[in-house]
Structures are given as structure tokens and as C-alpha cells.
Design a protein around this ligand. Structure first.
Ligand SMILES: [Zn+2]
Length: 559
């Protein structure tokens, strides 16, 4: 069905909640396995309907932020979703506790129930007040950052508007932009310190009330990390330092030569080419046409997928007045339809929409006929494997987007990937320290960050910049405040993507075959099991980063 023809109707929340109560009781009182299965089937259709109506309202409100109708609908769901969520959890709990749970495990696999068990451990009515406090602190941080009004060269800019000057070809402009940004954060450093301190203490208290040793452990449960623990992540970070970081240092040295500076300072970090970063050619229409051609040629599965996306209007990517900022990929469950939203702006980010976001959409498309919605998506790091790997499988077709400039686009992509992994690991390491030692003072926290910079990014020289040069750079990394412990996911996924890339350099068809084996499983397996399915070593295996990192290094040296 075309997106424009998808009919929206406000969810009758009262009747949905009543139905949920009915099927939850049906599961608890079930006399036969068939009764349980019937309740599950009803739940799946209720969930698909509810999810689709909420998502339709959200998408349409983001396509036109001036549309009052969908704005009101969205507000309606913001208010009602928590109640719905609660009923959903009660239903899940009933399944988990029902007499037929063993037969359910046999039918749907054990993993679903392991995940449920993890989820149940993260909540107790005793922490409701603390959760509200945690949310309020996160909101306070968001508001503080969003409030930035930075005077810069005669303009008043917010943080994201200032961003383009951080990429300016003029080095002095870049420095000034970082100085201005750092100035804003520094001006609010007292609040930033206090909010974080309260967050650490609040989260630690929640963990204590739930019986966890530290918040770290709880955070792993919250993120449904069902196949790795903090100890394994620590080993992964150590491999990043020994196997990836030295290559990143080499890449930064070459970047310094390329852009022609004596010393690479922090404000040169994102400036990859003297002549500016590679940009896609042509109109948004040309980029979309290139995307279609790419997926048609890539494989029969992607050809079917892209035809479905384009013929059903499931991409809204051209910037228009009134559209919300940013980009996302979501799914309309009832129609088994992924949807991609973005704002093309003439940068390489436009191509990423058709490779990264479409990678997520492709995975959703491959899982669309699964019996249970709950089994469609794996955990976050695995979802990012879908998208980040697709970015590399798209390499063959980059000339369609960049013309002769495609080699520079490849170099930038691969180099960014290699240098990101140590940075992301640093963010993760920092968070582990913060929650292992919740009593650190703000000054000690900054000291820790500055020490980590020397381990993970020894090439960075801050040139005395305010804020950044004082070990405070972590305060602008929103994940540290808003999504605790969500960052290593990107590093793990980037490592897997790098492996698929290295394989694709040797034998594209074989690499693609392994990738689709990974994707096809949806959420039926854990991250490490998915790696095994694809026949690649998971990133926790000793020495597993070396090969791919070496292939990347050789490639970059020869380009
Ligand atoms: Zn993604």
C-alpha cells in the first residue's frame, strides 16, 4: 500500500487496554496451549495496529510540523503510551509465568524469554520516583544544550548551526568555531557538572534498590545485553587500543600531510581534504535514482526491497519547508512497511541515507513475515551491523553518487570508521569508570577523561582550546547523559562492518551471502550467535580485530 493511502485513525485506547486485560487473563487461566497461542495472535494484531497508528501520526507530524491535526495526535500518544506500555508488559509477564511456558520456548526459541527475564529485572514499583527523577535530569541536560545561543561572526547560532563552521576550509574559522562552542559549555560547566553528578547518584541508587552491584550491571540489562558482559567489553577495548588505535594514528598523520599543516590540532580533526569533503553529484532526484539502480544491481533481495520502498512512497528524504530536522528509519508493522525520513542537504550525508538508513529498512523488510513482532529486531549493536555493513556493500556503486570523486568518498568513509572505533571505546570506558566510582568529584571526572584521551586518541592536541582542552569534552557527548552505556554498540557494529568490508574486498558474493545470513535471522539470535551464523569471529574473540584492521590499513595506504 502507498504511504499516502495508509488510513490513520486515532487508537481507541480504552478498548485496546480492555482487550489487553482480556488476553492477559486468557493466558493466565489457559487450559490448553491453543488458548495461549490464540491470545498471542490477538496480541500481535493489536500491537501491529497500535504501533502503526502511533507511527503514522509521528511520521506525518515530522513531514509537516505545522500540521495541527497530527501534532495533537502525537501529543495524545505521548500521554497514553506509558499506560499502553504497562499493559503490554503485564501481558508479557503472564506469558513468562504461564503453565505452557516450556512449549512457548520450544516454539519461539529460548531467547525471547531470556530477554523478557532481563527486562523484568530492570523494574520495580519501588523505583518509579527515581526513574522520574532520572528522566527529569536528562530533560534538563537536553534543554540546556538546546538553549545555546552562541554569538559567532555577527550571527546568533545554536550548536548544530555552528557545526558547519567547524568544517570550514579556513583553519582560523574552525578554531574560532570550536572556541565559541567550548565557551558556551564552559559558561554552563557548573550546571553540566551538577546534572551529571546527580544522574550518576540517581542511577546508582536505582541499581542498588533493584539489587544490582552497580548501575553498570543494570545498564547492561536495560540494553538487553544477552551475550556479553562488562568484562568482555573491557577486553574488546583493549584490543581496540592494541590493534586499531595505531592504525588511526597513522591515518591522522596522513590527513595532516594531505591538508598541509605542520601539526594536526583538534579543530583539524574533521577536515579531511584541502579541497573540501567529497559531495554527491546531481539533484536529490539523481541521488534517489542512483540508490534505486544500486539496489537493483546488488542482489535479487535488495531489488525486491527497493522496488517495494519506491513504489509505495516509503521514503521522504527531500528537504522541504516545515519538515522536522534530522533523519530516521522506522516501520509500519500493519503494512509490513519500513519508512525512511531525512532532509537531503547536498552533503555525503544524503548518500548515507540510502546506504545506512536503507540498511536498517532492508533488515526490517527481510523480517516482515516473522510470526512475532518481538522477534523481528535483534539488540542495538546488531541492528547497527545491518546498516553500517550496508554502507560498505554499497561501495561498488559509489561512482553512481560521486562520479570520479568516489575514491575520496571511500577513503573518508573507511578512515572515519577506523578512527571512530577508538573514540567510541573511550566514551564507553569513561562511563564504566563513572559508575564504578560514583563518588568522583567533577574535577576528578575531567581528569579521567583527559587520561583516556591519551590512551585512545594520543594524536589529539587541543591547542589550549577552552573546555575541550580541560578534559571536559565528554560533556558534549549526549549519550553520556541521555543514553548511558549506549555507545560501544556502534563500535561493535563498526567492527563487524569492517569485517564484512574486508571479506567483500576478497569475494563480494561470499561476503554478501554471509551478510544476508546475519540479516535474515532478525532478532531470533543474540549478537554473538549472529556473527557465528555469518561465519565471522565476534569482536570479543582474541585477535579478532587484527585481520580486518590490517586489510583496511593496506587499502588506505594504496589509495
Ligand atoms: Zn543506524
Amino acid at each position: 500500500m502507498k504511504f499516502s493511502e495508509m488510513k490513520y485513525k486515532r487508537l481507541d485506547v480504552k478498548s485496546v487496554l480492555a482487550e489487553y486485560e482480556k488476553i492477559t487473563d486468557a493466558v493466565s487461566d489457559a487450559q490448553s496451549f491453543d488458548e495461549v497461542l490464540a491470545a498471542i495472535a490477538r496480541h500481535e494484531s493489536l500491537l501491529a495496529e497500535a504501533q502503526t497508528m502511533m507511527t503514522l501520526a509521528e511520521i506525518r507530524a515530522s513531514i509537516d510540523t505545522t500540521d495541527e491535526f497530527y501534532e495533537a495526535e502525537k501529543a495524545f500518544y505521548d500521554e497514553n503510551e506509558p499506560v499502553f506500555e504497562e499493559k503490554l508488559q503485564e501481558f508479557m509477564l503472564a506469558l513468562y509465568q504461564c503453565d505452557f511456558v516450556d512449549r512457548l520456548k520450544e516454539k519461539y526459541g529460548e531467547l525471547l524469554f531470556i530477554n523478557m527475564e532481563m527486562m523484568l529485572k530492570t523494574f520495580s514499583p519501588a523505583i518509579i520516583g527515581d526513574l522520574q527523577r532520572e528522566n527529569a535530569l536528562v530533560t534538563e541536560y537536553q534543554k540546556l544544550v538546546a538553549s545555546a545561543q552562541i554569538s559567532f561572526r555577527g550571527e546568533t547560532l545554536n550548536i548544530s548551526e555552528l557545526g558547519k563552521y567547524k568544517h570550514d576550509a579556513d583553519r582560523q574559522v574552525r578554531r574560532a568555531a570550536y572556541e565559541a562552542e567550548g565557551g558556551f559549555y564552559l559558561e554552563h560547566s557548573g550546571e553540566l557538572d551538577r546534572i551529571f553528578d546527580e544522574l550518576v547518584k540517581c542511577r546508582s541508587l536505582i541499581a542498588e534498590k533493584l539489587g544490582f552491584e552497580s548501575f553498570t550491571q543494570l545498564a547492561y540489562y536495560r540494553r538487553t545485553r544477552n551475550c556479553y558482559n562488562a568484562e568482555m567489553v573491557k577486553k574488546f577495548r583493549e584490543m581496540v587500543v592494541s590493534d586499531i588505535m595505531p592504525i588511526a594514528v597513522g591515518l591522522k598523520e596522513r590527513q595532516r600531510e594531505r591538508i598541509g599543516v605542520d601539526k594536526l590540532y583538534f579543530y583539524d580533526d574533521v577536515f579531511s581534504f584541502k579541497e573540501g569533503n567529497p559531495k554527491p553529484q546531481g539533484t536529490p532526484g539523481d541521488i534517489l535514482a542512483a540508490g534505486r539502480k544500486m539496489y537493483e544491481e546488488m542482489s535479487p533481495e535488495t531489488a525486491e526491497f527497493i522496488d517495494f520502498m519506491y513504489s509505495n512512497e516509503l521514503l521522504d528524504v527531500v528537504a522541504k519547508k516545515g519538515k522536522a530536522v534530522g533523519g530516521y528509519c522506522t516501520t509500519l508493522m500493519k503494512y509490513k512497511a519500513p519508512f525512511i525520513f531525512s532532509n537531503f542537504n547536498g552533503t555525503s550525508g544524503d548518500v548515507d541515507v540510502l546506504t545506512h538508513e536503507a540498511g536498517h529498512a532492508f533488515a526490517a523488510y527481510m523480517a516482515k513475515d516473522f510470526e512475532l513482532i518481538e522477534l523481528m529486531n535483534p539488540t542495538m549493536e546488531s541492528c547497527e551491523c545491518h546498516s553500517m555493513s550496508m554502507e560498505f556493500f554499497a561501495w561498488k556503486w559509489l561512482p553512481l553518487f560521486y562520479g570520479e570523486d568516489f575514491k575520496r568518498a571511500q577513503l573518508e568513509h573507511l578512515a572515519d570508521c577506523v578512527t571512530f572505533i577508538p573514540y567510541g571505546s573511550m566514551v564507553d570506558h569513561f562511563q564504566h569508570i563513572m559508575y564504578d566510582e560514583p563518588e568522583l568529584t567533577p574535577a576528578q571526572r575531567n581528569e579521567k577523561w583527559a587520561q583516556l584521551e591519551k590512551i585512545y586518541r594520543p594524536y589529539v592536541d587541543f591547542d589550549g582550546l577552552p573546555f575541550y582542552g580541560e578534559g571536559r569534552g565528554w560533556q558534549r557527548q549526549i549519550h553520556i547523559y541521555e543514553y548511558p552505556f549506549y555507545y560501544i554498540d556502534y563500535c561493535l557494529a563498526q567492527t563487524v562492518a569492517l569485517k564484512f568490508w574486508a571479506l567483500s574486498q576478497k569475494d563480494y558474493a561470499d561476503a554478501w551471502h554471509r551478510y544476508t545470513a546475519f540479516v535474515r535471522e532478525g532478532g531470533r539470535k543474540t549478537f554473538t550467535q549472529l556473527c557465528e551464523t555469518a561465519g565471522i569471529e565476534d569482536p570479543f574473540t582474541a585477535g579478532s580485530l587484527k585481520d580486518a584492521a590490517k586489510t583496511a590499513q593496506q587499502f588506505l595506504e594504496n589509495i
